[in-house]
Write a protein that binds this ligand. Structure first.
Ligand code: MN
Length: 511
């Protein structure tokens, strides 16, 4: 969806989620400014039980002149845009009266029936999506310091002070915005009030702790949901706490703030686990949040004891997965089958076709930034999922050959190459050649029966998550090269090797 498509509507209401945060205020404000400039009657609103009181948000609205108003109904309107949230989601009060609805969000898709929607669940902030959409329309964000500052603060607050930025689009925005530094500094230091400081102190005097699993569960009195995050950040600093959940009840929901500081547990996955079926959750690797509907919770646990539910659910989570550290793992080949990699055309970029020899470049990919220097012998490979690897010309020529036609790449972010001297960024799609591997690659693989977290030998800091139904793979030429292949990619990329000369005594793969 493009923003220009939305300018055909007579009037527009932009709604952010209940209990707005900085990201939702920034995204809505930027959109509002775009439609105002196009002379389309537009309002920016939020609803829900609570009005904004949190000190940093009050300051943000005042300093950046964000014209948001609190409503309980909207009357008739041609188009309602929900921003940083999805119409129908638990955190978004349903405002009726709109003839059409559009959704712009970076949370997990809960309903894909909206014709008008841009949802990018892997973006750090909704501000980034709106910024990209404004770029697409040629809207000069940096000519509006208030908008640039709001978008920067939105990303800042949604990515734990920019510490959890991983999507390249988020980095692109962070690097490009010309924001007001002194305003950002004041906002950062207006995060909690004196009363909230006291409330956090009370909460921390009473907590549940598991010796076995090193997690803590903490209840607080009702407060702004953002304060839960302040408390969980603090609790996680304890040397013997690896993960924690801080929660309270606000009206019809329980709010949860979840943290993890160990590489074996991702806070966002834990949030999904704790709220599955009775609410919703998500976020980032180290920090996440969620909510649980009181009504659905009472069905599950009629005594309403949230503390005991969370404690036991945490224990259950710790027992729900297997861990594999590829470096020290010895695969049991009798339980695996041999598969052959299909010859899929992938992409290759010859760097010297784009830039002069010896130019330092930054290759930005979904997986992270990669710095290198252009040379005649440096080729960049782009695989089916848009993942990038560097390869020497000689190695390339002995392992691949060029073919005609387009490569088979499915990604929502094609890598970009930036000249780090002059900052010029190259869109590489015009420069991608197509190639296929010479020879064959074999793997041993089996279908996973249980959730499995694999720390590969090439990245020991992050695990690959395998769900039941996905495949655990071991390279036949390197038994320590263990990884997970998603079920649908597996069937696209591999076929069982009938010529297999592996002893296949075991017919039922197990892990
Ligand atoms: Mn957000």
């Amino acid at each position: 969806m493009r923003l220009s498509e939305l300018t055909t509507y007579k009037d527009i209401i932009i709604q952010c989620h209940d209990n707005p945060d900085a990201d939702s205020l920034a995204s809505g404000f930027a959109l509002y400014s775009y439609f105002k400039e196009k002379d389309i009657p537009c309002r920016f609103v939020y609803s829900g039980k609570n009005q904004i009181t949190k000190s940093n948000l009050v300051l943000m609205m005042k300093e950046l002149k964000i014209p948001i108003s609190y409503v309980s109904e909207i009357g008739e309107v041609d188009l309602l845009i929900t921003v940083d949230c999805q119409c129908g989601a638990g955190n978004t009060t349903l405002l009726t009266g709109a003839s059409h609805v559009a959704v712009i969000d970076h949370h997990q898709t809960i309903d894909d029936s909206f014709k008008l929607s841009t949802i990018k669940s892997n973006y750090g902030s909704c501000s980034t999506i709106v910024w990209q959409m404004l770029q697409e329309e040629g809207f000069p964000v940096n000519s509006h310091p208030d908008i640039a500052t709001a978008l920067y603060y939105g990303l800042y607050m949604d990515t734990s002070q920019l510490s959890e930025i991983y999507h390249p689009a988020d980095k692109d925005m962070r690097d490009s915005l010309e924001y007001n530094q002194s305003t950002i500094f004041r906002l950062i230091h207006s995060n909690i009030s004196l009363n909230e400081l006291q409330l956090a102190g009370y909460a921390l005097t009473d907590f549940q702790y598991s010796d076995t699993y090193r997690f803590s569960v903490i209840m607080t009195n009702p407060c702004d949901p953002n304060i839960l995050g302040v408390i969980s950040d603090f609790a996680l600093q304890v040397d013997t706490i690896d993960t924690c959940v801080v929660y309270n009840r606000l009206g019809t929901d329980y709010k949860l703030s979840i943290r993890s500081c160990v590489k074996e547990i991702r806070a966002n996955e834990l949030a999904w686990y704790l709220t599955e079926g009775i609410g919703s959750g998500g976020g980032h690797i180290n920090k996440s949040g969620g909510f649980i509907f009181v009504k659905d919770f009472l069905h599950l646990q009629p005594d309403g004891d949230m503390n005991s539910y969370l404690y036991h659910k945490m224990e259950e989570y710790y027992n729900s997965y297997d861990l594999i550290y590829a470096k020290d793992y010895t695969a049991d080949l009798t339980s695996l089958k041999l598969y052959l990699k299909k010859n899929i055309p992938i992409g290759v970029v010859i760097t010297s076709e784009l830039l002069e020899e010896n130019t330092p470049i930054l290759v930005r990919t979904l997986e992270g930034d990669l710095e290198t220097t252009v040379s005649d012998s440096l080729y960049i490979m782009i695989d089916i999922q848009g993942e990038v690897s560097l390869i020497h010309k000689d190695k390339f020529e002995s392992s691949y050959m060029f073919i005609d036609g387009a490569p088979n790449i499915h990604t929502d972010y094609l890598p970009t190459i930036k000249n780090t001297i002059n900052g010029h960024t190259y869109i590489i799609n015009k420069h991608i050649h197509t190639c296929v591997a010479l020879g064959t690659t074999h793997i041993y693989a089996k279908e996973l029966q249980r959730t499995c977290k694999v720390f590969t030998s090439w990245d020991e800091s992050k695990y690959m998550l395998g769900k039941p139904g996905d495949y655990l793979a071991v390279r036949s030429d390197d038994l320590h090269d263990v990884y997970v292949i998603e079920r649908n990619i597996f069937f696209k990329t591999y076929e069982e090797d009938s010529q297999s000369n592996v002893d296949s005594t075991s017919k039922s793969p197990l892990i």
